[in-house]
Design a protein around this ligand. Structure first.
Ligand code: G6P
Ligand code: ZN
Length: 620
């Protein structure tokens, strides 16, 4: 059902072969380790857990053997032939790659592909699985904890993406978890020296008679895929236009080298447009999550205050026209214009409305379908309705978009037309791969800016991102939106908050709950469940929604979820949203506009009483 039919598998032709010393396959006894249940996006644990320092010596081996057994079972008993192993460069990346290669070889995986340097962004891995020259891969083992900090005492993670480049679904990860509780041995090889991850592209290591490691170029497939989505020639001209400049923050993650390739080598932008684009094992001690709080430097350089509103003293004409940041593994993005933060939900809606600016969409007559995760704002919904594009609301997690974007049946179309999707958690992308894509989002915005300036004469001031956003709000209304995160809450306390909402509001009688002095009234409560329209699979408990009404009659919504991407304790997320149709009221900062709603919602769910927190860790 996939629109992009990947190339037929051909045996990879190695350029050079390095034989390692004689190796033997060993079956090593082990015992099950508790707690290997992958979350929203793979298994994330503290580095020390993966290193075996917490007592479970074979943590990586157990997990990889369980993963491989699951993939083999799914593949009718055949061990996957070709697997990519790549990471975001965080602490323990290289050591884990060496261990994983040995376990894969011990199990007879024929081709193991490792990017030179061991580092690849998640979207680049997804591209390479789908289209790699010389064959496609059966899957990829990606070593990342995404936007979580790295280094000793911080997070490491492993996730599996299947053929077509898509993150493994819950059926897969549930199976993996079961197997991790039953494991009694793993296979590995003994007597092999380590692989030189920095060897030239094409270098091949013969690990066993049946198994080779090949060092591959991390960039090629991904850059080609991006070239298929955007007009690089036109963009490189626009890049040189007076008044245009870009500022890109790689947050010392895996996206940096890819940004360098695209912005410097392909589009000819100057070195000065790159911030923190050298990957570091500890991300330079930053929290590599591109939001208002953690990308504070970039936010400031874009003429913004910490809450995302324009700094009144900023000189717009002197600022970069476009600012962006990516997370640790290069799949998330933050977009800003000069003096204008674009929320991820608005970004998605604007990309949809401006599809003509993006060749990936314009060459096929626009998106065939669009989707957002449930907690994302309704900004996309109104555009989809106006443009008459089928729209879907899915649970949080990129994997839920996969079936939709691969389906032809759903849209009753035989010709290929593309798909657009995104999440409030700073993820945006399309069907060009099966992951969200940080650089894709930046290029989409650069394309939108380029088109908006098509008719602006050279020498005239550029139309700015904020002009485009203001015009959009004037046309469709503004969905004021922000998120409160309560990080590191005790799991029990977090569950109590969720239970209270479920018991008192979803299952209870809300008709007796009166508005407080703010006048904001609770009108409905529900818990989100999802049935996949393609395969009918069901997912429950995907977020609790409280609907409100202001005294003016304006509706508002607050969603509660527990994060699925943490590694310790719990993070409560509270998503706030209020629609404002009146153009004259579009110039507040979102946290200010939503403050009374937040206070009302916090009081209803007894946040402080149950968690001891009187303020969130992050507001974004
Ligand atoms: C990862 C996934 C996203 C998802 C996000 C949710 O980044 O790839 O698809 O939206 O996690 O994170 P949370 O911490 O809210 O569960
Ligand atoms: Zn990520």
């Amino acid at each position: 059902t996939d629109a992009f039919v990947p190339k037929q598998h051909k045996a990879f032709q190695p350029r050079s072969v390095v034989l390692s010393s004689t190796t033997t396959v060993a079956d090593v006894p082990t015992t099950p380790i508790q707690g290997m249940k992958p979350g929203t996006s793979g298994l994330r644990k503290k580095v020390e857990v993966w290193q075996g320092k917490e007592g479970d010596k074979y943590y990586v081996e157990n997990f990889i053997q369980s993963l491989l057994d699951t993939a083999t079972e799914k593949n009718e008993g055949n061990v996957p032939e070709t697997i990519i192993v790549a990471g975001d460069g965080r602490y323990y990346n290289d050591e884990a790659i060496q261990i994983i290669c040995k376990v894969l070889a011990g199990n007879g995986v024929s081709n193991i592909w490792i990017p030179q340097g061991g580092i690849m962004s998640t979207p680049a891995v997804s591209s390479a699985i789908r289209t790699r020259e010389g064959g496609i891969a059966d899957g990829a083992i990606i070593l990342t904890a995404s936007h979580n900090p790295g280094g000793p005492g911080e997070d490491f993670g492993i996730k599996y993406n299947e053929a077509f480049g898509q993150p493994a679904g819950e059926d897969f990860t549930d199976k993996l978890y079961e197997k991790s509780l039953e494991i009694s041995s793993f296979k590995t090889i003994e007597g092999a020296s380590d692989i030189d991850l920095n060897a030239p592209e094409g270098t091949t290591y013969q690990l066993t008679d049946a198994s080779t490691v090949t060092i591959i170029d991390p960039f090629k497939e991904y850059i080609d895929v991006l070239k298929g989505c955007f007009d690089f020639e036109a963009l490189s001209k626009f890049a040189k236009r007076p008044g245009f400049s870009l500022l890109f923050d790689g947050m010392h993650g895996a996206g940096g080298p890819f940004a360098r390739k695209v912005f410097l080598e392909e589009l000819g932008l100057p070195e000065s447009c790159l911030l923190r684009c050298d990957p570091r094992p500890d991300f330079g001690k930053c929290h590599p999550d591109p939001n208002l709080a953690y990308a504070a430097d970039l936010v400031k350089k874009m003429g913004l205050a910490a809450d995302g509103s324009a700094d009144p003293s900023a000189d717009i004409a002197a600022l970069p026209a476009l600012g962006a940041a990516n997370d640790g593994d290069g799949d998330r993005n933050l977009i800003a214009g000069a003096g204008c933060f674009v929320t991820p939900s608005d970004s998605l809606a604007l990309i949809c409305d401006n599809w003509r600016a993006i060749p990936h969409f314009s060459k096929s007559g626009g998106p065939k379908g669009v989707a957002r995760s449930m907690p994302s704002s309704g900004a996309l919904d109104v555009v989809a309705e106006a443009l008459d594009i089928p729209f879907f609301s899915t649970p949080t997690g990129w994997k839920f978009f996969g079936n939709l974007m691969s389906s032809k049946e759903l849209f009753d179309k035989t010709d290929y037309t593309p798909f657009l999707c995104g999440e409030e958690s700073f993820g945006t992308g399309s069907d060009h791969i099966r992951e969200k894509d940080g650089l894709w989002a930046v290029l989409a915005w650069m394309s939108i800016l380029m088109k908006a300036n098509e008719d602006v004469a050279e020498g005239e001031p550029l139309v700015q991102v904020r002009d485009i956003v203001n015009e959009h709000w004037a046309k469709y209304g503004r969905h004021y939106y922000c998120r409160y995160d309560y990080e590191g809450v005790e799991s029990d306390a977090a569950n109590k908050v969720m239970d209270l909402i479920r018991e008192e509001f979803v299952d209870g009688d809300i008709s007796t709950i009166l508005a407080d002095e703010s006048g904001i009234k609770l009108t409905a409560a529900e818990e989100f469940a999802y049935t996949d329209p393609v395969d009918g699979s069901q997912t429950s408990k995907q977020g609790l929604t409280l609907s409100f009404e202001y005294p003016s009659g304006d509706p508002a919504r607050v969603v509660y979820r527990l994060s699925g991407t943490g590694s310790a304790g719990a993070t409560i997320r509270m998503y706030l949203e209020k629609f404002e149709g009146d153009k004259a009221k579009h110039d507040q900062s979102a946290p200010t506009a939503l403050k009374s709603l937040a206070d009302r919602a916090l009081q209803l769910v007894k946040m402080e009483e149950l968690t001891g927190r009187d303020s969130p860790t992050v507001i974004t």
